[in-house]
Design a protein around this ligand. Structure first.
Ligand code: PDD
Length: 289
């Protein structure tokens, strides 16, 4: 049997149901996290929980559990579901209330749900890289909140998928922001460059791990806005996310980058990232490097 976490209780996954008046269901009024599991252990769990609480607070939702309680419940869920490699999906909504745009008053309790998804590392794509398209960033101006409202992201990802691509690289006018579900990096004159973490992008946890790895390993790095022209002229391009790790981008809008092979700095970071996983979660069986 598969289990899910619903409001602090671990129950049969098939019993974890959402009320039609849950504000997450009706308005996307909530926030979420995706946490990667390697060897049955949660990678960067503290960072994910911190962002979860922060995202919730930024829309006025108080999670009725402490971070320690959350991490203990997730741990228990992992064990019960016997998850070795995969993800935990977790979300909190403002709760169940008669439909009204105005926040409910009184003691409406947030709905907290978490469940696990089995899934191996995308080793083939990590080795050979993925293709991307470009698309105007039509999202709102609080992309730093990990909101359940993902319509803009979905439209971008769908467009990429219809063109046989893995990701849509979004831009506001001339400025590259982020992927539909990832952060974007370029390498220019040997320097790693990625958009600064402000309201226009999600402060990716994988992004922050990569920035730290760069600093610790003397790879020059800069957080700043870069242009479409810089993207086009980049020596290397890669994207990052919890599920994609450090993923080489080898083609954008049908134009190959580095003749379509992952670059040396991207590969170095992939190796360092694997070491970081092993540090937190134990030895990996299948590796890129
Ligand atoms: N997506 N930007 C966006 C818009 C994202 O949705 C994500 C993650 C990231 C990378 O963040 P992190 O490194 O913390 O995963 C950046 C998750 C994986 C998802 O929605 O499935």
């Amino acid at each position: 049997m598969e289990f899910a976490l619903l409001n602090g209780e671990i129950i049969d996954r098939s019993e974890a149901k959402v009320d039609v008046e849950d504000r997450g269901y009706q308005f996307g009024d909530g926030v979420y996290e995706v946490i990667r599991i390697y060897n049955g252990k949660m990678f960067t769990i503290d960072e994910h929980l911190e962002r979860f609480v922060k995202s919730a607070e930024s829309i006025g939702i108080t999670i009725p559990f402490t971070s320690l309680q959350l991490s203990e419940m997730l741990e228990e869920l992992l064990i019960k579901n016997n998850l070795e490699t995969g993800n935990i999906y977790m979300q909190v909504t403002r709760g169940i209330a008669p439909r009204n745009h105005v926040f409910p008053t009184g003691n409406v309790v947030p709905t907290l749900v978490a469940y696990t998804i089995k899934g191996v590392r995308p080793l083939e794509s990590l080795k050979s890289g993925v293709k991307a398209i470009l698309t105007e960033d039509i999202r709102w101006l609080r992309c730093d909140i990990k909101s359940l409202n993902l319509l803009g992201n979905l439209l971008a990802k769908q467009k990429a998928s219809e063109q046989g691509c893995f990701e849509a690289i979004q831009h506001r006018g001339d400025d590259v922001t982020e992927g539909s579900s990832s952060n974007i990096f370029i390498v220019k004159n040997g320097m790693v460059i990625t958009h600064e973490s402000n309201n226009l992008i999600l402060k990716g946890i994988t992004k922050d791990v990569i920035l730290e790895l760069c600093i610790k390993n003397n790879i020059q790095v800069q957080e700043r806005t870069f242009s479409l022209a810089e993207l086009e002229e980049a020596e290397e391009v890669f994207l990052s996310s919890t599920t994609s790790e450090v993923m080489p981008v080898i083609e954008i809008e049908g134009k190959k980058i580095r003749a379509g092979v992952p670059g040396p700095i991207t590969q170095k970071l992939q190796g360092l990232f694997e070491k970081e996983i092993e540090k937190q979660c134990g030895l990996l069986v299948n590796k890129v490097y």
